[in-house]
Structure formats: structure tokens, C-alpha cells
Design a protein. Structure first.
Lengths: 111, 116
């Protein structure tokens, strides 16, 4: 079942912050975050594995609330290079199973 | 460098023709690969799971006779769009499980298909 992302789109000025949310109606044991530029493959950002876990990568971090079946991606002091579409993905099961992606959040950072 | 190679990057074809897209794992074996389709400004939608040496598993609503998947070796999966129509125009992208670190899937670079 496809996770639900919000907002659908957001426009930021350089230096501003943003939060992208991802929720699922099914139990989650991991959430995967990707960023995709137009016409390119998605690029892996991070995976959240444990309940309540918060991971960071440069000025991009994420949290995972296993009980609420939600994850949030935090973009701090946004840069122009952050523009793109962000997808959260959830695993269908364990082992060699595919990721099911949300509809995406289109982020535009302007100068 | 890229660990999943996908070719071609883009293709334009006439309606009614067939198009083959290749996906290769470069330095690892992939018994399973996943094919996704993405329409403009939409999500990556899983089409099918390609299994080496056996039949592919298709998602609900995906026509298996139209989207032929062959996974003949541990490093190669192909997707053939048969009798392509303009509505098949889309971005097709393959992926393979990594079994490395935290990243679950390696993605190919994608194929933009335009059917005239």
C-alpha cells in the first residue's frame, strides 16, 4: 500500500527550512528517503530503521515514529541543490522485496 | 560508479513497434530486479519483479503480455514493451537489491520512452 506524503509541493527561498511528512496505514519497520531530479534516477538519502530514530545527513535529517507509522524529513537552511522531488519508500516485506513509494513532494528552492 | 546500468537512456519509436530495455548489474549478481514506471510529475509505480530463471511477478493492472520481462542471467534483466502505443510513453527505471549497507536498492539511470 502506497505511503501518503505531504505536502505535494513546496517553494522555499535559500536558507529556509522545510518538513516533508510520510505516513502509512500499515505497520512500518523502515522508511527510505530518496530525492529525484527531473529525468534522472532517484538518489538515496537515508533509511530509518528503528522506532523514533532520527538520522542526519549534512543539513538533511529525518525521524521515524514507528508507533504512529510516520516519518518526517527535515531540510534545514535549504540550498538551491535541494530542489527536486522527494519520495519516501516503504518495504513490502522482508528480504528481496521492492520499495513502494509515495506520490512525492516537489521542492523548489529559489534564490 | 554506476552499479546498475540501464540502456538505452531514451528511445523514440513508432506506434505498434516493440522496444527492449536492458538492465545490468555491473559488479554483483542480482537474482531479483524490480521494474518501475513513472509518468510525468508522478510517483515511481512498481510494474513487476523480475526473477532470474523463473517467471516475472506482475503488479495488478500491468499486462504481462504487453510488458515482457526476461531475466536470463544473474546480471541481466530485460523489459520489452510490445506493440507500443503513445500511452506507453513514460520513464522506465529498473532497480536491484543491494545487500550493502543501508541502501536497499540500486537504481538504473532510467529510459525515457516516447511513442509517436
Amino acid at each position: 500500500q502506497q505511503p501518503v506524503q505531504s505536502p505535494q509541493a513546496v517553494i522555499l527561498r535559500e536558507g529556509e527550512d522545510a518538513v516533508i511528512n510520510c505516513s502509512s496505514s500499515k505497520a512500518l519497520y523502515s522508511v527510505h528517503w530518496y530525492r529525484q531530479k527531473h529525468g534522472e534516477a532517484p538518489v538515496f538519502l537515508m533509511i530509518l530503521l528503528k522506532g523514533g530514530e532520527q538520522k542526519g545527513h549534512d543539513k538533511i535529517s529525518a525521524s521515524f515514529n514507528e508507533k504512529k507509522q510516520q516519518s518526517s524529513l527535515y531540510l534545514t537552511a535549504s540550498q538551491l541543490s535541494y530542489s527536486g522531488t522527494y519520495f519516501c519508500g516503504t518495504e513490502r516485506g522482508s528480504g528481496n522485496t521492492p520499495l513502494v513509494f509515495g506520490k512525492g513532494t516537489r521542492l523548489s528552492v529559489i534564490a | 560508479g554506476a552499479v546498475v546500468s540501464q540502456h538505452p537512456s531514451w528511445v523514440i519509436c513508432k506506434s505498434g513497434t516493440s522496444v527492449k530495455i536492458e538492465c545490468r548489474s555491473l559488479d554483483f549478481q542480482a537474482t531479483t530486479m524490480f521494474w518501475y514506471r513513472q509518468f510525468p510529475k508522478q510517483s515511481l509505480m512498481l510494474m513487476a519483479t523480475s526473477n532470474e530463471g523463473s517467471k516475472a511477478t506482475y503488479e495488478q493492472g500491468v499486462e504481462k503480455d504487453k510488458f515482457l520481462i526476461n531475466h536470463a542471467s544473474l546480471t541481466l534483466s530485460t523489459l520489452t514493451v510490445t506493440s507500443a502505443h503513445p500511452e506507453d510513453s513514460s520513464f522506465y527505471i529498473c532497480s536491484a537489491p543491494t545487500h550493502r549497507g543501508n541502501e536497499k536498492l540500486f537504481f538504473g539511470s532510467g529510459t525515457q520512452l516516447s511513442v509517436l
